[in-house]
Ligand binder design. Structure first.
Ligand code: ZN
Length: 397
């Protein structure tokens, strides 16, 4: 499946964030969990906030267990569910008291944390709780909303990122360094909020990762998220970065690569992967830059490497050589960073590539995965251009 598409302009000159909360529609929902699912779906409507299963939300409530005892429960987004379409059964009911005790531990491996999270469930048939569940338990408000907003993450991925973020948000926001999602992140937030006056905290900003907003009211928590993200978008506009002004754009122009070249490239990528792949060829502003090194600095946030690998392959026209160069670099990156012999290197084929003056290529084992990777790369391309305009795109090492 090789398809040409001209989609980049949708991502530049993009719409700014606005609240989609509809009071009349919200009146249909009588329980806190129904409201939670409703405002979660509103967050899910914007790809600039959450993409393909990213982000998570929760609500705290009280329920009665089989013995007739009252239990404080945290309903948190379950793994495998997407905020765009989530319903009440996409949330996992967990015992809040257990979660709070877990969050206060000084040490816990992520494997043990995930097992304990499953054991804290009130319904074993519910989906597994999100890896970020403990963060939701720590925040003492009924509704907690968490997104990976492009604008905020892009601004923090620049040399002056921290300074910009402080300038945008000021004193009433808790701003924290990047920490890997899992127990270490929850430990960091637990520590930072131990003596926090929550009435003085508008939101939590996690650099290179995302935002947490919270309130006892579902609408307010959701609209705080929109307000926080709007501040970052306004900043991009004030600085002149919003319209991706890096260079000229290729979108809308004749694409320069013929089908034969694309087929040849795909063949070599498939051989490297050791199996069949589908591909997509499209325009990308980045392909018009004088140096494509910008696409070798890293992803928006480390979570994306699961889909896109760390960097793009840069094409020169000698496909066999380009792919070998990419594969060697990937193998040595793995060797440099492996922490134990138990880890196995994944296949060394690229998931996306840039060719100067020609465009962008995405590869995946099937159409569904191709759409996911293409969407992430659309946002990556936009964020890299914003970051570069703000002083230099700089991803986490
Ligand atoms: Zn997150």
């Amino acid at each position: 499946m090789l398809r040409q598409c001209f989609e980049l302009l949708e991502y530049c000159n993009g719409e700014v964030m606005k609240s989609l909360f509809d009071v009349e529609q919200a009146e249909q929902f009588s329980t806190s969990l129904q409201m939670r699912a409703y405002t979660s779906r509103l967050l899910g409507q914007s790809d600039d906030l959450v993409l393909h299963g990213g982000g998570n939300t929760s609500v705290k409530d009280v329920t009665t267990d089989i013995f007739g005892e009252e239990v404080e429960v945290l309903y948190v987004k379950g793994s495998g569910h997407d905020l765009k379409t989530i319903q009440e059964n996409g949330f996992s009911p967990t015992r809040l008291d257990v979660l709070k005790r877990l969050a206060a531990l000084s040490d816990l491996s992520d494997t043990d944390m995930m097992r304990e999270l499953k054991m804290s469930q009130l319904d074993p048939t519910a989906p597994a709780p999100s890896v970020e569940t403990l963060l939701h338990a720590i925040i003492p408000f009924r509704y907690v909303d968490h997104t990976h907003a492009d604008s905020l993450v892009a601004i923090s991925n620049t040399p002056n990122g921290l300074q910009f973020i402080k300038e945008i948000y000021g004193e009433r926001f808790l701003i924290l360094d990047y920490e890997m999602p899992g127990f270490l992140l929850s430990k960091q937030v637990h520590h930072a909020t131990k003596n926090l006056d929550w009435s003085n905290c508008e939101a939590i900003i996690l650099l290179h990762h995302g935002i947490f907003t919270f309130d006892d009211d579902a609408q307010k928590s959701y609209e705080k998220m929109i307000a926080v993200v709007s501040k970052a978008e306004d900043f991009l506009k004030e600085k002149g970065a919003w319209d991706c002004p890096l260079g000229y754009d290729l979108a809308g122009k004749e694409l320069q690569c013929d089908a034969w070249e694309i087929a040849k490239m795909r063949k070599y990528v498939c051989l490297q992967k050791g199996g069949p792949l589908v591909g997509r060829y499209s325009a990308d502003n980045m392909a018009s830059l004088s140096s494509l090194e910008i696409a070798e600095r890293g992803p928006i946030t480390p979570d994306h490497v699961l889909h896109t690998k760390r960097i793009a392959m840069i094409c020169t026209g000698d496909h066999e050589k380009d792919i070998q160069k990419y594969a060697e670099a990937y193998r040595s990156y793995f060797e440099r960073n492996r922490e134990s012999d138990a880890l196995t290197c994944l296949d060394t084929a690229p998931r996306w590539a840039l060719w100067k003056g020609k465009g962008r290529f995405v590869f995946a084992p099937n159409g569904k995965r191709l759409r996911v990777i293409s969407d992430i790369i659309d946002h990556t391309s936009k964020c890299i251009q914003w970051g570069e305009f703000l002083g230099g795109w700089r991803a986490l090492p």
